[in-house]
Every structure is written in structure tokens, then in C-alpha cells.
Design a protein around this ligand. Structure first.
Ligand SMILES: C[S@@+](CC[C@H](N)C(=O)[O-])C[C@H]1O[C@@H](n2cnc3c(N)ncnc32)[C@H](O)[C@@H]1O
Length: 184
């Protein structure tokens, strides 16, 4: 079933929507085919919603442990996960995976992900984790593009920016929502 999503957050975060749509357009205009996305860090599914709304994505693997860092706040993550589940129930384009990129790759067959167009990394902002996920994406999955969120020099110079620059020099392009992209 193809759903048209309500994007209430478009009003509060228009740049998030515009930037991510531009990123999807950028890739689509190069590949000329609908995209398979692996998103690392999906939370409530807002970025997945934006990608699907472009109608240029025909499959998205959404990876997230939905686990709070502090145990007593796990009830908040449970609610976040419930929102994700409700948003995408019955949408066959969305494949939810509860875990990390590493555990996902241990369980999925290589054949299923060999057509991956982009890996989009939007986890919490640890330099080590972002760098590890970039390296896993580029060396194991080998999508056409590796990309992600939070390439923001003022806010995340020591985390995402550092990880991306160490892996690639710098991104090929950045977008208004601070998404970044590199073509492999
Ligand atoms: C900023 S939120 C993602 C927002 C989401 N992309 C959106 O725009 O709707 C970060 C998410 O990364 C998840 N996360 C943290 N560490 C992770 C990891 N190692 N692998 C996958 N997801 C992770 C968190 O649980 C959280 O839901």
C-alpha cells in the first residue's frame, strides 16, 4: 500500500524537508531510477517520511535500536517506536530493523542490499559511532552514495564533521538541513 504521509513537522522544520528532498533529487537525477535507502537512526520516522514523500524511493530499511541511554527514560523511546510503527504500518516500502547497522548486516542477506542507492546516517552524535557507520557503509554495503545529517561546523565540528572529513576529505555537497553526501 502506498501512503501519503501527513508531514506536520514541515511547518516547524521546513529546512529539514527541503534539504532532504534536495538530497534525494540529487541522487535520483544521477541514477535515474527509484532508490533503495538504508537509514541508520530513524527515531519517529520523520526523515523516512520525507524521503518517501518524494516518490523517488521505493524501499527504505529503517535501522534504530529505539533504546534510551538512561534506562528510566526507556518509556519515552517506547512511545517513539510506537509512533514509528503506527506511521508505517502496512507500507511495504518500509522495512524496520531494531538494532544497529552492524547487527542488521549480520542478519540480512547480501543479495537483499546489493541494490542500495544510499546509506543515510542520522544517529546520535558520537564521532566514533558515525565514523564506524561510514566505514561499514563504504566498505561492506558499497552503496552508490554515503550520506547523513548534521554536517554543521558550528554545532558538530568534533563529531559528524570530523568523522566525515577524516573519511572523505569533505563531502561532495551539503544541503540546507545540514545533510551531506559523498559519491563512492
Ligand atoms: C536524531 S535521531 C534520528 C532522527 C530521524 N532520522 C528523523 O529525522 O526522523 C537519532 C536516532 O539514532 C538512533 N541511534 C542511536 N545510536 C544508533 C546506532 N548505533 N544505530 C542506529 N541508530 C542509532 C537513536 O535511537 C535515535 O532514534
Amino acid at each position: 500500500m502506498i501512503k501519503t504521509y501527513n508531514m506536520r513537522f514541515q511547518k516547524t522544520h521546513p529546512e529539514l524537508v527541503i534539504g532532504l528532498m534536495d538530497l534525494i533529487d540529487h541522487v535520483y537525477n544521477i541514477l535515474h531510477k527509484k532508490l533503495t535507502v538504508i537509514e541508520v537512526g530513524s527515531y519517529k520516522g520523520e526523515s523516512a517520511t520525507v524521503m518517501l514523500r518524494t516518490d523517488k524511493v521505493d524501499k527504505i530499511y529503517c535501522i534504530d535500536p529505539w533504546k534510551a541511554y538512561v534506562k528510566k527514560y526507556q518509556f519515552i523511546m517506547n512511545e517513539v517506536e510506537r509512533i514509528f510503527d503506527t506511521t508505517f504500518e502496512k507500507d511495504v516500502r518500509v522495512v524496520k530493523y531494531k538494532g544497529t547497522l552492524d547487527t542488521f548486516l549480520q542478519q540480512i542477506s547480501k543479495r537483499d542490499i546489493q541494490q542500495t542507492s544510499i546509506v543515510y546516517i542520522d544517529t546520535n552524535l558520537s564521532y566514533e559511532e558515525v565514523k564506524q557507520d561510514i566505514q561499514t557503509a563504504r566498505n561492506i554495503i558499497r552503496p552508490y552514495f554515503v550520506c547523513g545529517h548534521d554536517y554543521n561546523i558550528e554545532k558538530w565540528d568534533d563529531t559528524v564533521v570530523k568523522a566525515v572529513n577524516e573519511c572523505f576529505g569533505k563531502p561532495n555537497r551539503t544541503f540546507i538541513d545540514s545533510s551531506w553526501i559523498v559519491r563512492l
